[in-house]
Design a protein around this ligand. Structure first.
Ligand code: NAD
Length: 485
């Protein structure tokens, strides 16, 4: 089955005001299959004119049917979108697999997560309430939770469906109208999602999708004066540009950026239980995960055991084309492969503890990198400090709890951390002391839980998505004070 068989919508268009429209400038972007370097299809290269039309369509939706819809009805539409997403699980998974090189099982999990976000936010749409506030005699005071208005969503290529689900889902639940700019390498499931939303009855203009380059369509969206909130997920450098542009229009931003997330393994840890989490958190989606655990901190008493057992797992990893559904697929592009290889070329002074073998028959033009485990690595080494965004993990030894906290908190990031230890007191102490938006105790990631607020501190960003918390971020509070004597 070719990609064309799965594309039931015009994938080289923008979706604006409920209509499929060719980009105003007529330009297109060629998509490449990272598994073999072959040409996939073309997508629209939207520019400022398309963004402007999309923002105006979103505003019209707010002034029209979408803006008048009750919270209950918004929730029903979102829930219906979730059902239709699930019905198309296989098509969506195959599209994503070809587009970004994600092994099929992992792409299926992304579809299921997207459906879960729609169910969760569909159910939550009518459950965010204002308050009444006891005030001076003669007054009644209450608050209203209102949408920001037009929300801009800029999404990266690594988990397009999950990130669209958590960000667009929460924004629509609160009654905002969205303009989505997917990553240039990964627009296909964003467009598919919008097609499904229309089919489910989402009113025209409530969700608009403009594919395009970051510096063109992305920059135009962040600079547009008709946008009232920006949700950005991506790299630190681009996040900083987005925040600067938003500051010019004095609008709020949510920034979900990178990470260098540690797992701390103490001498008293249940290593049998920890082992699959230690490795999977580094190689899932070929390490291209913001919350990837790229630093494994191990207490000296179990260092050799953890290193050797992780190395054994690395040697057993199967790498192959995404459609063959191995443990690890290609990276998203040859550009990303070059970036990761660039990091590995700076690891000449480091010891490879374990490495997966790349099969001889892999397509030459595929973007493959052999998953690599480096140990021991000094906490200050560039590979222990910078986000690599590929299947590379480092193991760093530590002496005691104090040393572990110092190393764990010793990067500019703070997205996720985990603690493996049988000591309950230590678990509670470290949950407080670790700089991270999420801390996991004797697990890592809690299976992605859509209900769990997610976001970073430091250069991992600010604001929270996922869970109920996101609904507060995608709304604003109005206070009404009535004097009645
Ligand atoms: P990126 O910053 O290059 O691109 C992200 C998005 O921003 C893309 O849609 C891109 O087109 C757009 N963009 C690029 N330049 C822009 C500009 N000047 N103005 C507006 N938009 C612009 O990031 P990437 O390489 O696609 O993604 C990888 C990064 O994303 C990693 O650092 C990763 O950690 C991070 N990430 C974070 C999370 C999270 O939730 N914290 C989730 C996924 C990825």
């Amino acid at each position: 089955m070719t990609l064309k068989d799965d594309l039931w919508y015009p994938s080289d268009c923008c979706l604006i005001d409920g209509e499929w429209r060719a980009p105003i400038g007529g330009a297109r972007i060629d998509l490449v299959d990272p598994s073999d370097g072959g040409h996939l299809c073309q997508v629209a290269r939207g520019t400022d004119g398309d963004i402007d039309t999309a923002v105006k369509a979103a505003q019209s939706a707010l002034d029209g049917e979408w803006g008048r819809m009750t919270a209950v009805d918004r929730g029903r539409v979102l829930t219906r979108i979730g059902q239709l997403v699930l019905e198309r699980t296989e098509e969506l998974a195959r599209i994503e697999t070809r587009d970004v090189g994600k092994p099929l099982t992992q792409a299926r999990n992304d579809v299921i997560a997207l459906a879960r976000y729609m169910e969760f936010y569909g159910g939550a749409a009518d459950k965010v309430h204002g308050e009444t506030i006891p005030f001076q005699d003669g007054y009644t005071v209450y608050t209203l939770r209102e949408p920001h208005g037009v929300t801009g969503h800029i999404v990266p290529w690594n988990y397009p469906m999950q990130i669209i689900g958590r960000s667009v889902g929460a924004a629509l639940a609160m009654g905002n109208a969205a303009v989505l700019k997917p990553a240039e390498e990964a627009c296909l499931t964003a467009l598919a999602f919008a097609a499904i939303a229309l089919e489910a009855g989402l009113p025209r203009g409530a969700l608009n999708v403009v594919p395009g380059l970051g510096e063109e369509a992305g920059a135009a969206l962040t600079a547009h004066p008709g946008v009232h909130h920006i949700s950005f997920t991506g790299s630190v450098n681009t996040g900083s540009l987005v925040q600067t542009a938003a500051a010019r229009n004095v609008i709020p931003v949510t920034l979900e950026l990178g990470g260098k997330s540690p797992q701390l393994v103490f001498n008293d840890a249940d290593i049998d239980r920890a082992l699959p989490f230690l490795v999977n958190a580094g190689i899932q989606n070929a390490g291209q995960t913001c919350s990837a655990s790229s630093r494994i901190l191990v207490q000296r008493g179990v260092f050799d055991e953890v290193r050797d057992r992780m190395a054994e797992k690395y040697r057993a990893l199967r790498v192959g084309p995404a459609m063959s559904d191995m443990d690890v697929g290609p990276l998203v592009s040859s550009r990303q492969k070059d970036i990761v290889n660039g990091f590995l070329s700076r690891a000449n002074d480091l010891k490879i503890a374990g490495q997966a073998r790349l099969p001889d028959d892999l397509p030459q033009a595929g973007a493959y990198v052999a998953p690599t485990l480096l140990a021991p690595v000094d906490a200050d080494h560039a590979l222990a400090q910078q986000e690599i965004f590929g299947p590379v993990q480092v193991i760093i030894p530590f002496d005691d709890e104090e040393d572990a906290v110092r190393i764990a908190n010793g990067t500019e990031f703070g997205l996720v951390a985990s603690v493996w230890s049988a000591d309950g007191g230590r678990q509670m102490r470290l949950a407080k002391r670790l700089h991270a938006g999420q801390v996991f105790l004797n697990n890592y990631g809690a299976a992605g839980g859509v209900e769990l607020p997610f976001g970073g501190v430091g250069k991992s960003g600010h604001g929270r998505e996922k869970g109920f918390e996101a609904l507060y971020g995608f709304s604003t509070v109005k206070t009404v004070a009535a004097w009645h004597g």
